[in-house]
Design a protein around this ligand. Structure first.
Ligand code: FE2
Ligand code: FE2
Length: 251
């Protein structure tokens, strides 16, 4: 999809509040996408990730506020998620600033909040946020841990490992909620499928083929199994990642 193509407005709601230090962009291509060997590559990532973690806090908090009658266990898990994601924001802010970054120095994307808080039911929100975007995060962080280790950046390895342990629990409670909901009402499977289609359509509109093609990792099968996905689902995630790479990737 080219950067000039329009967004499907129905898939995106209002953005979260940000103060005047921050500049929000709507598309991946409008961000500061440095090449891999660029000296600012990692520092820009810390800033982008810090804001993405903030979207994580905001989404979980929004769902707690919007669904007061949801099952106590899932509300407890979402409350814990708020605390975890807030800790992740702080971790990324700390490493970003300690390596010379200034808040607001790079554009940010708030597509996660715009897509997820716009969904009207908790099942769809958890499918898109935790089971889709955050599961993709598990794949990304596993790859990032290996990369940081190769560079000998132990501070970053420790940070990512801490983050990864939390993200797995976020995906797992969503998986449990989804399976329980489908067991009670098999028609919910259709809602899950609808939410996944919607998420991938909206994601594609934000990322464009350039953004999707820049992804260098496949699915982390072990991490996904630990996060409560079934074997078939894990295999499907790998196949999908390979197809994506074949269609858009440069290698
Ligand atoms: Fe997080
Ligand atoms: Fe998370």
């Amino acid at each position: 999809m080219s950067a000039t193509q329009n967004f499907d407005a129905a898939l995106f709601g209002d953005g979260p509040a940000r103060d005047e230090r921050f500049t929000e962009k709507r598309r991946w291509a409008e961000c500061a996408n440095f090449p891999n060997d660029h000296p600012l590559k990692h520092i820009e990532f810390f800033h982008r990730q810090m804001n993405e973690e903030m979207n994580g806090v905001e989404n979980a908090a929004q769902s707690l506020a919007d669904f007061p009658d949801a099952d106590w266990n899932v509300r407890m898990s979402m409350a814990r998620q708020c605390a975890d994601e807030a800790r992740h924001v702080e971790m990324f802010r700390r490493i970003f600033e300690s390596r010379g970054g200034q808040l607001g120095e790079y554009p940010i994307l708030n597509f996660q909040y715009r897509i997820i808080a716009n969904l009207g039911d908790l099942l769809s929100r958890l499918v898109v946020q935790n089971r889709s975007f955050e599961a993709g995060g598990i794949d990304a962080v596993t790859y990032a841990i290996d990369e940081a280790r190769k560079r000998g950046d132990q501070e970053l390895v420790d940070l990512f490992e801490m983050q990864q342990a939390d993200e797995i629990t976020h995906v797992r409670f969503a998986n449990e909620f989804v399976y329980q909901t489908i067991r009670k009402d098999p028609r919910a499977a259709l809602q899950v499928a609808r939410a996944l289609t919607l998420a991938s359509t909206a994601f594609m509109q934000v990322m464009g083929s350039e953004g999707v093609g820049s992804v260098e990792y496949l699915a982390d099968e072990r991490g996904r199994l630990e996060a409560g996905f079934g074997l078939e689902e894990v295999k499907a995630a790998t196949t999908q990642a390979m197809k994506r790479r074949a269609s858009y990737g440069s290698h």
